[in-house]
Design a protein. Structure first.
Ligand SMILES: [Zn+2]
Length: 82
């Protein structure tokens, strides 16, 4: 049995205006990184599958937020409910 993510199984939600990165999760949902980009300290991530989001700190520079968001996307198995 394949464990590959089937990206076409769910409809991609609308993209927020300040979306910097959208990671596809293992469960087929998405982790959005939003904020003002590379040199801003107000970037954050939130998972559209399980609802978890960045904390400690909630907002940070993009190079610090990016790997945390990607790690969560790899681990999260929650499927989109809408
Ligand atoms: Zn999640």
């Amino acid at each position: 049995m394949s464990t590959a993510v089937r990206a076409t199984a769910f409809t991609e939600p609308d993209r927020p205006k300040n979306l910097q990165i959208r990671f596809l999760t293992t469960g087929g949902s998405y982790v959005d990184v939003t904020g003002h980009g590379e040199h801003a300290e107000n970037n954050r991530w939130n998972c559209l599958g399980c609802g978890e989001s960045s904390n400690l700190p909630e907002q940070d520079l993009l190079f610090r937020i990016r790997p945390k968001a990607n790690t969560h996307a790899t681990a999260c198995r929650a499927i989109p409910l809408n």
